[in-house]
Design a protein around this ligand. Structure first.
Ligand code: HEC
Ligand code: HEC
Length: 139
């Protein structure tokens, strides 16, 4: 009985502490938001389309994507980026072929097909929007 009582007290205490934490304001890069309030919809940004590509900042930078990719899918069944950038299609689609480094395995050996370390294109390549940087940087 005594143990049950103590457990109940501990439980109630934990619940109170949790509620207190949940009511606190959360300050993040998106501003101060009440945790229990629904998140504000973020401002939608338009993806920049740049004919001729986006200039690289340094030689081996993964180039930024100069077109929209909202409809592209990269999953177990398909990678729709490859229907334009893949070795068999890029000429017909007049798209740049995926970089030579994408045909090299972890040991540095050249291979005929895309190396799977490069399958998830958007891990390295991103579209661009005209957004103000969230944190200042001098890079
Ligand atoms: C319908 C064809 C098509 C599809 C699908 C497509 N691209 Fe492209 N992509 C292009 C073309 C064409 C260009 C060249 C645009 C230009 O230079 O004006 C390009 C340019 C690029 C570049 C810039 C290359 C450079 O050297 O500057 C990157 C990176 C890129 N695409 C990545 C992707 C990724 C990642 C996906 C999938 C999420 C994708 N693309 C899907 C046609 C496509
Ligand atoms: C691990 C990071 C990484 C991944 C994943 C990746 N890339 Fe790249 N990509 C790079 C880098 C770095 C370069 C520049 C060096 C080079 O050309 O190989 C590049 C270059 C390119 C280029 C320009 C090639 C040229 O000759 O101008 C295209 C197009 C491209 N990638 C498309 C893709 C597509 C499509 C995918 C997905 C199938 C993909 N990349 C996956 C890092 C990556």
């Amino acid at each position: 009985m005594r143990t049950l009582f103590l457990t109940l007290i501990a439980g109630a205490f934990a619940a109170l502490t949790f509620t207190a934490a949940a009511n606190a304001d959360v300050t993040s890069l998106r501003g101060a938001n009440k945790l229990e309030a629904p998140a504000k919809m973020f401002e939608k940004k338009r993806v920049e389309t740049v004919t001729g590509g986006i200039k690289r900042s340094w030689k081996l930078q993964p180039p930024s994507i100069p077109h929209k990719i909202g409809k592209e899918r990269i999953n177990l069944e398909a990678n729709t980026c490859l229907r334009c950038h893949g070795a068999e299609f890029y000429k017909k689609e007049k798209a740049p072929e995926i970089g030579l480094s994408h045909f090299v395995d972890a040991a540095g050996k050249k291979q005929e097909t895309l190396n799977m370390r490069r399958y998830f294109c958007t891990q390295c390549h991103t579209t661009q929007v005209g957004a103000k940087p969230l944190v200042p940087n001098t890079f």
